[in-house]
Design a protein around this ligand. Structure first.
Ligand code: ZN
Length: 427
């Protein structure tokens, strides 16, 4: 008989944590290291101390609540995610993974489940990077020696400490916020391969796939590789009222024409792809951005994600070919911002998650992650995997974000089963 996590206890956690940063219309704003995030951390401490867990913090304010196993020398198995949110975010992104870790520990203690390894519930600091960018800042710092060099340079400790707030804050930068928090400890307490043997992160899916398939949970296989480019157009500016249409080199018109054509060519390549690649232009910049001037410069972002590097190469090929063409008498240049390979989660841990879901009688499926998570950096350092829960209407990073209490509990039960399998598997 598989052990099950407790619906009432999980519901109580969801209700309680939703208060910390409650923005008054169903969601939260809970920036990393803000007073609201500290309330969530206090609650974590209170509940974990109540079951006898030992609380530790590291130098970047990650928190660890650990219950001992029968072997004092065994490495820890950890379940973690983040307590910070985006501005006007929902009640599940991040915190669900923290509550899942807490629920697994609480179930182990309440049911007196035998286990060899210490089990840890963890809070990763500043995942969203919504006050102090970038996203996944602290996992980028902690896993810096393990992640690819081209990523590691973006997460150098000294530079991260200088990150300035994007919104109101009493601190001038992340380093100051960190210096002021009481949830700080020695660097030796950081999650590392000498002390930890496996990491699980539960998270809401943030997409509609599980809901459409009628499944409660998903066993995440990988985080899709991606590339991010800037596409830039140059024309020249002149007066909007005096300059004839036929003589214009309008950079914004060039950018919009390019964008429409790019959609056509990408969609053609995407026909029949399973899974399809996803691509987004979410940012646009126009100069001089005045209604009386013809734009001389326009630039947009392009984010493309798919697990297969060959397909990503084909997409990039289309982009590069298009950039060689002339667009409405303007020149086009493209510039790579970053490229990230697909991150495959640990085969054994993925299997444990799948077996756990199957044995608990859940409706589940294999699924891919299109979004980045702390688990993705951690996967370079430790055996790591993720569990997704069904997300209402596929919405996240917004106030209507919703996962039912039942599905949250199913995710925790899946995690518990997988932890117990990992407990038997590792030395
Ligand atoms: Zn998240």
């Amino acid at each position: 008989m598989a052990y099950k996590c407790d619906l009432n206890r999980m519901s109580d956690k969801i209700k309680t944590f939703s208060k910390f940063g409650d923005a008054g219309h169903g969601g939260i704003t809970r920036y990393s290291l803000s007073p609201e995030a500290h309330m969530a951390r206090e609650e974590f401490v209170k509940r974990m101390e109540a079951i006898g867990a030992k609380i530790e913090c590291d130098d970047v304010a990650c928190m660890y609540a650990t219950i001992e196993g029968s072997d004092p020398n065994a490495k820890r198995i950890v379940l973690g995610s983040h307590v910070d949110s985006v501005k006007n975010g929902g009640n599940y992104d991040g915190i669900l993974g923290v509550m899942t870790g807490m629920e697994v520990l609480e179930t182990i203690v309440a049911e007196n489940i035998p286990h060899k390894h210490p089990v840890t519930a963890m809070i990763w600091t500043n995942e969203e990077g919504s006050l102090y960018p970038p996203a996944m800042m602290v996992s980028g710092i902690i896993c810096n020696d393990y992640i690819p060099k081209e990523l590691a340079v973006n997460f150098q400790y000294e530079n991260m400490m200088k990150s300035t707030p994007m919104d109101e804050s009493e601190f001038a930068n992340f380093g100051e916020a960190l210096a002021a928090t009481k949830f700080k400890g020695p660097k030796e307490n950081r999650i590392s391969p000498d002390k930890y043997c496996a990491m699980f992160e539960a998270h809401l899916e943030q997409g509609p796939i599980l809901e459409e398939a009628g499944n409660e949970v998903g066993a995440v296989q990988l985080v899709m590789g991606m590339f991010n480019y800037r596409v830039r157009f140059h024309g020249f500016t002149a007066h909007a009222g005096t300059f004839p249409m036929g003589k214009r080199h309008d950079a914004l018109f060039a950018a919009s024409t390019f964008l429409c054509e790019m959609h056509k060519r990408f969609d053609e390549l995407n026909k029949g792809q399973e899974p399809e690649f996803v691509y987004t232009t979410g940012e646009i910049y126009v100069h001089p951005c005045i209604h009386t001037c013809i734009p001389d410069e326009a630039e947009f972002s392009l984010d493309v994600r798919h697990p297969d590097p060959e397909l990503r190469k084909k997409v990039m090929g289309i982009l590069k070919d298009m950039a060689k063409e002339e667009w409405c008498k303007c020149t086009c240049e493209i510039e790579e911002q970053w490229v990230r390979d697909t991150v495959y989660f640990d085969k054994d841990l993925v299997r444990f998650v799948e077996e756990s879901m199957e044995e608990s009688g859940m409706k589940w499926q294999k699924i891919l992650s299109g979004a980045g998570h702390d688990a993705q950096f951690c996967a370079y350092m430790l055996p790591t995997t993720m569990i997704f829960t069904r997300t209402k209407d596929g919405l996240s990073h917004c106030e209507p974000e919703f996962v039912s209490d039942e599905d949250c509990t199913a995710g925790a039960t899946a995690a518990l089963g997988a932890v117990l399998k990992a407990d038997k598997f590792y030395e």
